[in-house]
Design a protein around this ligand. Structure first.
Ligand code: ZN
Length: 387
């Protein structure tokens, strides 16, 4: 009997060991899709303009969630370092997701629902500290990106300051294969209700943070939570601390009430790293004109997402949303906020960015406007806001 139990245990352990190599890539492949139905071609003029862009940037990507080796080029999902290099990107925001409720949707989610990321971390073979601590998950993902910095043959810069950004730009001028990243957080529940963790995450290199994600947390209400609440006292303290340290406030996913209260309180410009606009797609995920106006008035940036939910699904819809923001508040407030690898379906992977330039040209945007959208605005904003 004892021998039999030992035999069963060995099989279970072997299966778990195999699962840690196989399950995460399978989910990654199934959940981060590229799908489109519009015919597309890239003219020589658009390609030439794309090639001449000196700074291409995107405000949102969840690649760290999948525990990949980013130096390896994949034939699935949306982004890795080789594909960033092929796309001539300068800077990508790598955002950290620490909790995702089962049945996640844009309408209503409970904080108490079973957490998909607990299971994901388990099948990734993560140590038990990550099964139970949201802070440890954030720390692990931040360090996973830090590790690439300074690695031989990996031309990656982690940007934590204006000085780093300048260094990145200079290095890329000398060597086009140089790429950069900066760290963001999607949902400040990973602070675990401890104000000191804001500073701890700052030391881990985090320079942008969204107060909520898909459910209400210690800071206040999510756009997809149950309460629709505004900022809590703890939320106010976190906002002040972020302003003090120079961590950029990302308003993606917060409730409309909380958005107004943060805008009342913040002493710095805010951004929305990945969103759509209600003016082109009416969804609880998307920004109202009122909020677009207020974010622009703060001196902020609006990153237009490529995923269904933010837009209807094709490249022309991304550009429609960009145009909507430009016409309402001006070109200097628009950026790209793809949501690559965010368990999202998008019409392109990162190497498809030239198609956006083509569509921008087709919809009448000028060269100067295209440069601003594709990265110029992000560069200016970070030059002003990074420590
Ligand atoms: Zn998101």
């Amino acid at each position: 009997m004892k021998k039999f139990l030992r035999y069963i245990l060995a099989i279970v352990l072997l299966l778990y060991f195999l699962a840690t190599f196989m399950v995460s890539p399978i989910l990654d492949r199934q959940l981060n899709l590229v799908e489109y139905s519009d015919p597309r071609q890239l003219g020589a003029e658009a390609q030439e303009l794309y090639n001449s862009l000196e700074f291409i940037a995107d405000l949102h990507c969840d690649a760290l969630l999948w525990d990949r080796d980013l130096t390896q080029k994949l034939d699935y999902a949306h982004l890795d370092f080789p594909r960033m290099q092929k796309a001539n990107m300068s800077l990508q925001a790598f955002t950290i997701v620490t909790k995702s409720p089962k049945g996640q949707n844009f309408k209503q989610n409970s904080a108490g629902a079973f957490d998909n990321i607990t299971m994901l971390n388990f099948v990734q073979g993560q140590l038990p500290d990550k099964w139970f601590s949201l802070y440890k998950r954030a720390e692990y993902q931040a360090r996973a990106l830090q590790k690439y910095q300074g690695k031989l043959d990996v031309k990656f810069f982690l940007v934590k300051s204006r000085q780093d950004l300048k260094k990145l730009i200079e290095s890329k001028q000398a060597d086009p294969e140089v790429i950069g990243g900066f760290l963001g957080i999607e949902g400040a529940h990973c602070l675990e209700g401890n104000l000191e963790n804001v500073q701890n995450l700052y030391y881990e290199g985090v320079r942008m943070m969204a107060p909520t994600h898909f459910f209400d947390n210690e800071l206040g209400g999510s756009a997809h939570g149950l309460s629709g609440a505004g900022l809590t006292d703890f939320g106010q303290e976190v906002i002040q601390e972020m302003n003090r340290l120079g961590i950029i406030i990302d308003l993606a996913h917060v409730s409309p009430k909380m958005m107004d209260e943060i805008l009342d309180q913040t002493t710095r410009p805010v951004l929305v790293s990945h969103t759509g606009v209600k003016g082109t797609k009416d969804s609880p995920r998307n920004l109202s004109d009122h909020h677009i106006n207020r974010i622009a008035a703060s001196g902020g940036l609006i990153g237009i997402g490529f995923f269904r939910g933010a837009i209807k699904g094709e490249i022309k819809h991304i550009v429609e949303a960009i145009k909507y923001v430009r016409d309402l508040v001006g070109i200097e407030h628009v950026a790209l906020g793809s949501d690559f690898d965010g368990a999202a379906t998008t019409p392109i992977d990162v190497t498809g960015l030239p198609f956006i330039v083509q569509e921008l040209m087709d919809q009448g945007f000028s060269d100067l406007e295209i440069r601003a959208i594709m990265g110029g605005n992000v560069k200016r904003f970070l030059m002003e806001q990074l420590p």
